[in-house]
Design a protein around this ligand. Structure first.
Ligand code: ADP
Ligand code: ASP
Ligand code: MG
Length: 416
């Protein structure tokens, strides 16, 4: 079996859906499972709906209507008036979303988030499934939540591999073409969970692992993995070959072209991952597989924007040693603060964190009872793998003060 993953950009409009079906016909799509993300910026739109839901309920319904119109317009463009079944199903999904928003009593943002954002993927796969049928491409629509079982750590749920593997094998094995959602799963009590933003790549890897797939291909709006995000860096170059280990490092440091959890299951079974352009499906793209670490061997640039730098120092000039460090890490864990970079000296400890769960104020309050705490918001973290002299010029050119710098043999990081 092969696994194909189509991200939001590849299905952002009706042309994207038509192209997806073309790619399938060009690639001889028998025994394929297609994992699809929400269309275009739908997940962001659903996040906006959630913000209104928690802060200004009056605005919710107009946002829901505009998201519904976006999807209905795609259906209209696809069928030219012939898409009634698909339309009915889309209306039903929006009805379900509205019923949830009206009846929900939970104040837990992360729980509500997962129950709401899952509709992006449910809508996209429904529309594509109907269109495939219309184009005589018979496929089986699989609700990923019946396969992907997780804990209830909403917005970044952890996989229950054993149950998931069994479910996937039971539900996919004898089907030849399956379409399912990326990003979503369900807890043991059957509430919807999500795997973290951009988690559809990870979903594709989970299906591939469970099915011992021949390969995974993720179809993108770029020619493959480049040595930097082309939206941020100039003159980026295509990386033809990357080893699993190198790709894990790049994704871990924030190369957002691949979700960081994607590589590990693939590496265990040595399943190759191809990153290809959906606009140019015949081109070779990037192969992530066993083999050379990086080809061509050039510096790779990664930036994570809008991070927070915390500088802690001891109030009484005592050393920051194991005991305090473990106390700090326990708090970072408790307040759900992903750590991007740490540096310590005798009496100070700096940590660059991602305030993803918006709990910075609470954390700082607790830390302040034991340390002097300096908080610097909206910093950017640059990581350069395979650092060389041209790369060091690069940081100078950014022209922003470097607040923290750290280098190892292969990686240099700068907080600016
Ligand atoms: P999708 O969700 O459609 O699968 P994403 O938008 O998540 O796709 O990822 C594709 C985008 O990732 C590209 O448009 C590009 O801007 C960005 N990107 C970030 N880092 C890289 C990189 N190293 N190589 C290629 N693209 C990158
Ligand atoms: N739709 C989700 C997101 O935008 C998951 C994904 O696209 O991978 O984050
Ligand atoms: Mg995406």
């Amino acid at each position: 079996m092969e696994v194909f993953k189509f991200g939001g950009a590849s299905v952002k409009d009706s042309e994207g859906v038509v192209n997806l079906v073309n790619v399938l016909s060009k690639t001889n799509s028998q025994d394929t499972i297609i994992v699809v993300s929400a269309m275009g910026k739908t997940t962001n739109a659903l996040e906006k709906i959630l913000d209104f839901y928690f802060k200004n309920k009056n605005q919710v319904s107009s946002e829901v209507i505009s998201l519904k119109e976006f999807h209905l317009k795609i259906i209209k463009d696809l069928y030219k008036g012939d898409g009634n079944d698909c339309e009915t199903e889309v209306h039903r999904l929006f009805e379900e979303l509205q019923v949830f928003l009206k009846s929900n009593k939970s104040p837990d943002y992360s729980f509500v988030y997962d129950q709401v954002v899952c509709f992006g993927e449910l809508l996209s796969t429904t529309i594509i499934h109907y269109y495939m049928k219309y184009k005589q491409l018979d496929s089986f629509w699989l609700d990923a939540r019946n396969c992907i079982k997780t804990d209830d750590y909403y917005r970044s749920a952890n996989l229950n591999w054993e149950l998931t593997k069994k479910n996937i094998v039971d539900q996919v094995r004898h089907k030849s073409l399956v379409i399912t959602q990326g990003f979503i799963g369900s807890s043991l009590s059957n509430f919807t969970t999500t795997l973290g933003r951009e988690g559809s790549d990870y979903s594709a890897a989970i299906f591939a692992y469970a099915l011992d797939a021949k390969s995974v291909t993720i179809w993108k709006d770029v020619p493959g993995v480049l040595n930097g995000d082309p939206r941020v860096f100039q003159k980026t170059k295509l990386l033809n070959q990357i080893s699993y280990r190198e790709a894990i490092e790049l994704a871990f440091y924030g190369a957002s072209v691949i979700h960081p959890k994607t590589l590990q299951p693939l590496q265990i079974k040595e399943i190759p991952l191809y990153v290809k352009s959906f606009e140019n499906p015949e081109a070779s793209g990037t192969s992530i597989s066993k083999g050379r670490a990086l080809e061509p061997n050039i510096p790779c640039y990664i930036v994570k924007k809008d991070q927070v730098l915390l500088r802690l120092s001891s109030i009484d000039f005592s050393f920051i040693v194991e005991e305090n460090i473990s106390y700090i890490f326990n708090l970072l864990h408790e307040y759900q603060m992903p750590v991007e970079l740490i540096q310590n000296s005798a009496i100070s400890f700096s940590v660059c964190v991602n305030n993803k769960y918006r709990r910075l104020e609470e954390l700082v309050l607790v830390l302040s009872s034991r340390f002097n705490v300096e908080v610097i918001k909206e910093v950017d973290l640059y990581t350069i793998r395979h650092f060389d002299s041209s790369a060091s010029q690069f940081i100078k050119k950014i022209g922003k003060p470097v607040l923290l710098e750290q280098r190892t043999q292969e990686t240099a990081q700068f907080v600016v």
